[in-house]
Design a protein around this ligand. Sequence first.
Ligand code: ADP
Ligand SMILES: Nc1ccn([C@@H]2O[C@H](COP(=O)(O)O)[C@@H](O)[C@H]2O)c(=O)n1
Length: 213
Amino acid sequence: MDYKTIIVGIAGGTGSGKTSVTHAIIKNLEKKGIHSILLEQDSYYKRNDHLTYEQRVTLNYDHPDAIDFDLLETHILALKNNKSIEKPIYDFQVHNRVNRTEHIEPANLIIVEGILVLAIEKIRNLFDAKIFVDTDDDERLLRRIERDLNERARSFESIKNQYIKTVKPMHLEFVEPSKRYADVIIPRGKDNKVGINMVVSRLRYLFNKLKNK
Ligand SMILES: Nc1ncnc2c1ncn2[C@@H]1O[C@H](COP(=O)(O)OP(=O)(O)O)[C@@H](O)[C@H]1O
Ligand SMILES: Nc1ccn([C@@H]2O[C@H](COP(=O)(O)O)[C@@H](O)[C@H]2O)c(=O)n1
């Protein structure tokens, strides 16, 4: 293998534990002196400045068209070519990007996390390792309800309506079928310490190979 940069994709349904698993991987690698950078698919939701808040609330945020995958691809390729990027910042409470960005410097290890990152062919093809976090639907839903109530300023009614109208159907159409592209499936999310440690070991191996070239 001839890596200049290692790019890892981490997908899974909403509430599956992708973010928690990703942070566990990053933390474990950091302890071993390996710095990685994270691109969250959520940061790449398209701007909807032309819509009112009431209109933005009703959008389908689980369909691939909601996300600017062209910009995500451009940013992954820029980092791979040793160039810095300005990562967008998304605000879930107002359903829109904010006017600030986060400056990200290149690193040898890039992690791209999000519900659809394995579903989109041109993004999937950029990954050296593809991971799917697999958690039971009922647990994912319970976690999502709790999180959206506490962290995303949503009402129970809005969470329920969104789940039935868009989240569940898009999960069945796009997210769940993308599991077939994964190299590694991590059941149960962050509680699966063995699975996480195996991924960390593999990434350390690839990183050391890259460093010693
Ligand atoms: N194993 C777990 N047990 C209990 N709560 C969890 C677990 N994993 C994640 N959570 C919680 O569930 C919510 C969603 O987890 P997160 O890692 O953000 O998932 P995702 O990024 O897939 O939506 C968060 O509030 C998180 O703290
Ligand atoms: N304005 C928005 C944008 C996205 N969502 C939901 O976020 C979910 C993806 O994030 P996870 O951390 O759960 O993977 C996705 O299922 C969207 O429905 C939203 O509710 N509002």
